[in-house]
Design a binder for this molecule. Structure first.
Ligand code: I3P
Length: 113
């Protein structure tokens, strides 16, 4: 499965909140990323064209879904259709889909990836 999602990184590791704009790299803002789900990994690209050329978003290495937990972000109230992806290393991302079915479809596909 692949497509555009709005992404926010919440946690860099188990104990470390992602850096805000006050540090050099701002990771806490929402960004449009083109996501490509493959067996066991999720890669990020600027758009579909970059994805097909294999040029990652800001050089990001695809994340490994090995011990990932993916669920609806019930505790995040600011936006709708948001799901959470927590990785084995403690990194945590929020993703906003365009509607409820698209969100459900991503969660389902991530579970089966
Ligand atoms: C972040 C941006 C995010 C916001 C986040 C800010 O600032 O405004 O939208 O998350 O708040 O740090 P910047 O773009 O300057 O990095 P929300 O949309 O969830 O509020 P947070 O640090 O409280 O998560």
């Amino acid at each position: 499965m692949e497509g555009l999602l709005y992404r926010k990184q919440e946690m860099e590791s188990h104990a470390k909140r992602a850096a805000s704009s006050f540090s050099l790299s701002s990771h806490r803002s929402w960004q449009n990323v083109y996501c490509v789900l493959r067996k066991g990994s999720l890669g990020f690209y600027k758009d579909q064209k970059s994805a097909s050329s294999g040029i990652p978003y800001h050089g990001e290495v695809p994340i490994s879904l090995g011990e990932a937990v993916c669920e609806v972000a019930h505790d995040y109230k600011k936006r709708k259709h948001v799901f959470k992806l927590r990785l084995g290393d403690g990194k945590e991302f929020l993703f906003q889909a365009k509607d409820e079915p698209e969100m459900a479809s991503w969660i389902h596909s991530i579970h089966s990836a």
